[in-house]
Design a protein around this ligand. Sequence first.
Ligand code: PSU
Ligand code: MN
Length: 305
Amino acid sequence: MKADFLEIKSEVAAAVNDKKPVVALESTIISHGMPYPQNIETAKLLEETVRKNGAVPATIAIINGKIHVGIDDQQLDFLGTGNNIRKASRRDLPGIIAAKENAATTVSATMIAAHLAGIGFFATGGIGGVHRGAGQTFDISADLEEFSLTPVMVVSAGAKAILDIPMTMEYLETRGVPVIGFGVDELPAFYYRQSGVRVPRRVDSAKAAAQIFLNSKLLGYNSGILVGNPVPEKFEMSRDKIEKCIEQAVQEARVKKIIGQDVTPFLLKRLFEITDGESLETNIELVKNNAEVCARIAVEYSQMI
Ligand code: PSU
Ligand code: MN
């Protein structure tokens, strides 16, 4: 049985086949995480950044029920402007494919698709995690569980500060997911560099991160690894300022009874509005930085295997 819904761009397939470095990129950030036209501009910037650092980019999305690993400009425009694009997480993939729908992939779905295509590295902005107030709402992103199920190394600026970062770390610890601080001792908090939550391991080079991924493979792990790469200092937001804005956005989501997969896009959109666009600027810079670091790790890894 072969997945006839998997369309791997020829450049990507060739690179995977030759064991060359490839970096997967997600599409939820394009369709649900950023406004137009910055979403499309950022997607292009990320692909360029991956190339500049020696790897082949593969942006992943579902178009007409087919998982595309690597998309073209026309498909990118469609994902960035279309209004009927679903948000696909692990639970959604089989149904979306069957119904031949269009969907952007979250971290969990992107990890699944990347692995299916033979790609081991993936750069994003922030992963989903345990939401504030999860004790009441049970809102825990499927991204966390995915790390224990799928062997992909994900470079992110940590968990979004809209989440409960200590609980997110506890969850990852329970699932046995290796978490690495890239040049830092604490898990980054997306908009700012230090969450106050220590990571179990710090590395100071791309090579050291690649070695850890290789070790996990040699140990027979079938789980992923989270790399926390902080936003560059000059683009960091003031912790006090963004925390106040987050409190406000979270409160609004509660009043409006926003639930399920709509929570994260709602919070990101409100933060963009409340901060007058500053949160978006930081978001773009951190995800670019993640694409660079991820490509560098993928390059190091390709020299080890
Ligand atoms: N981080 C961002 N923007 C985003 C997301 C994360 O800066 O759009 C997306 C990712 O695709 C992540 C998803 O996987 O939000 C998590 O959604 P949820 O909390 O519903 O699991
Ligand atoms: Mn959720």
